[in-house]
Design a protein around this ligand. Structure first.
Ligand SMILES: [Mn+2]
Length: 431
C-alpha cells in the first residue's frame, strides 16, 4: 500500500466540485476533435501513460549567484525531498520517478532510500554526478575543471565520483547516468581547446567502461556558465561527437536552457533522433540564458515544436527511440511543488497538442510546398485547448483535476513548515 502524503478525501472533495464541468468540457472537446477524425480517448490514454522525472534538487528553493530566499517547510534532506516528490506524483500522476543528484542526495545506506521511495510508490530515474563544485574534505579542487582538468589526479577523482554515482544508482534500480560538467575557460588562451577535449574524452571513456550493460549514459551540453568564454561540452555537435566516440550506450541530453537565445532547438532534436543519439531532455524555460524557469512559462510554442518532433518520431516508430524525460528547474519565487506540478502538466500539454497534429495533411502540404497551410497545421493543434484531456487523464489515474487547487486545499506546505525547521541551504539546483 502506497503511503499518501495528501489525504485522499481532500483530493476527492476538490475533484467532486470540478467533475461536472470537466465532463462537459471533455465531451465538447471530444466532439470537436472527432470532426477532424481524432479519437479523444486514444489521446487521453497516451497522455495518461506519459511520465516525466522530477529532479530531487527541484523541490528545494533555488537561488541565483546573488542570493537565495528559502521558503517555508524546505526539505531537510533527500527523505523529505522524496516526500515532496510523492506529493507531485500523487496529484499529477505524471511523475513516478525522481532523478537524484550526488553528493547532494548521498546517504549512508541507499537501501533505506530505496525502501522509502518504494513506500511512496516512487522509482529512480537517471543519476546525476557533480564535479562542478567542491565538497568539504575533497582532496582535489574542481576550480579549474574536472574530467578535462590538466592534472591527472583531479581527472581520476572526477572519474571515480562518476563511478560511485553508478554504484549508488545500481542499488536504487536507476538505469542511467547524466554527466554535466562546468569545465571550460573564462579567457581566450586560458585552455587548449583540443587538448582539454581529448582529456575529457579519455575520462568519459573510463566512466563508460564502468556502465552496466542495461544502463545509458547521457551527456549534457551547455554553451556557457559557469565558464564564460568556452565550455568543453559546448554545443549539440560536440555532444554528438562524445556520444559517437563513446559507443551505443551513450546519448545526448538536451537541456532546453543550454542554448543561445533563438537557437532552433526542435531542429537539434530532429537531428539527434535521425542519427539515433537523442537521450532525452532536461525541461525548463528561459528568456535570456539558462534561466531554469518553469517549463512552458515563457515559450510554450517552442515546447510544442519540440514535442512535434518527438511525436513525429514516435509515430514513425523510429528504432530505439526512447527518450528520458526529466525536469530541470530552479524555483526562486514560487513554491517548488506548485512549479513542478505545473511544469509536468505543461509538458503533457505540449505532448497532447503534438498528438493532435494532422500529420497526413501536414506531409501533403510539405510535399506541395504550401508553406502557409503546413504552418497552419501546427498552429491549429497548438491553439487547441487540451486542458480537459490533461485533467481527465489525471482524474482517471487517481490524481487531481486541478492539482494546484487540491495542493493548496490540503495545507501540506503549512504542515511540513511546522515539522521542518528552516535550513540555511538545501542544494538548490543549477545544473
Ligand atoms: Mn540540466
Amino acid at each position: 500500500m502506497t503511503e499518501q502524503c495528501i489525504a485522499a478525501d481532500v483530493v476527492a472533495a476538490d475533484n467532486d466540485r470540478r467533475a461536472a464541468a470537466l465532463k462537459a468540457d471533455y465531451a465538447a472537446l471530444g466532439e470537436k476533435l472527432a470532426r477532424g477524425g481524432i479519437d479523444i480517448e486514444a489521446i487521453t490514454q497516451k497522455v495518461a501513460r506519459f511520465h516525466v522525472a522530477v529532479p530531487s534538487w527541484g523541490v528545494g528553493t533555488g537561488g541565483t549567484r546573488f542570493a537565495r530566499f528559502p521558503g517555508p517547510g524546505e526539505p531537510r534532506g533527500i527523505f523529505d525531498k522524496l516526500d515532496d516528490c510523492a506529493v507531485i506524483h500523487q496529484l499529477t500522476r505524471a511523475t513516478p520517478t525522481v532523478s537524484l543528484h550526488i553528493p547532494w542526495d548521498k546517504v549512508d545506506d541507499p537501501r533505506r532510500l530505496k525502501a522509502h521511495a518504494d513506500a511512496l510508490g516512487l522509482g529512480f530515474d537517471a543519476m546525476n554526478s557533480n564535479t562542478f563544485s567542491d565538497v568539504p574534505g575533497q582532496e582535489k579542487s574542481y576550480k579549474f575543471g574536472s574530467l578535462s582538468h590538466t592534472d591527472a589526479a583531479t581527472r581520476r577523482q572526477a572519474v571515480e565520483h562518476n563511478i560511485e554515482c553508478i554504484e549508488i544508482g545500481r542499488a536504487l534500480d536507476s538505469k542511467a547516468l547524466t554527466v554535466w560538467i562546468g569545465d571550460g575557460s573564462n579567457f581566450p588562451g586560458q585552455s587548449h581547446f583540443t587538448r582539454s577535449f581529448e582529456r575529457y574524452l579519455d575520462s568519459m571513456k573510463a566512466i563508460y567502461g564502468h556502465l552496466p550493460a542495461d544502463w545509458r549514459l547521457f551527456t549534457e551540453h551547455k554553451m556557457y556558465e559557469p565558464a564564460f568564454y568556452s565550455t568543453v561540452v559546448q554545443d549539440w555537435g560536440t555532444n554528438y561527437l562524445i556520444a559517437t566516440e563513446l559507443g551505443e550506450k551513450a546519448f545526448c541530453l538536451v537541456d532546453l536552457g543550454h542554448h543561445a537565445p533563438n537557437v532552433n532547438i526542435e531542429m537539434i532534436v530532429a537531428r539527434l533522433i535521425q542519427f539515433g543519439k537523442l537521450g532525452g531532455f532536461h525541461f525548463n524555460d528561459s528568456k535570456y540564458g539558462d534561466d531554469d524557469l518553469d517549463t512552458g512559462s515563457i515559450d510554450p510554442f517552442r515546447l510544442f515544436l519540440v514535442f512535434n518532433e518527438l511525436v513525429d518520431a514516435e509515430e514513425r516508430r523510429t528504432e530505439g527511440f526512447a527518450p528520458a524525460h526529466m525536469i530541470d528547474q530552479s524555483h526562486n519565487v514560487t513554491d517548488p511543488i506548485e512549479s513542478l506540478m505545473r511544469s509536468a502538466n505543461e509538458i503533457r500539454r505540449a505532448y497532447a497538442q503534438a498528438l493532435i497534429v494532422d500529420r497526413a495533411a501536414l506531409d501533403a502540404f510539405q510535399e506541395d510546398n504550401d508553406a502557409l497551410m503546413a504552418s497552419e497545421m501546427l498552429k491549429a493543434a497548438f491553439r487547441t485547448d487540451v486542458e480537459p484531456i490533461l485533467a481527465e487523464a489525471r482524474r482517471r489515474t487517481g490524481g487531481a483535476i486541478d492539482p494546484i487547487a487540491a495542493y493548496r486545499a490540503s495545507g501540506y506546505r503549512r504542515r511540513v513548515a511546522e515539522e521542518r525547521p528552516a535550513v540555511a541551504s538545501g542544494g538548490g539546483g543549477i545544473v
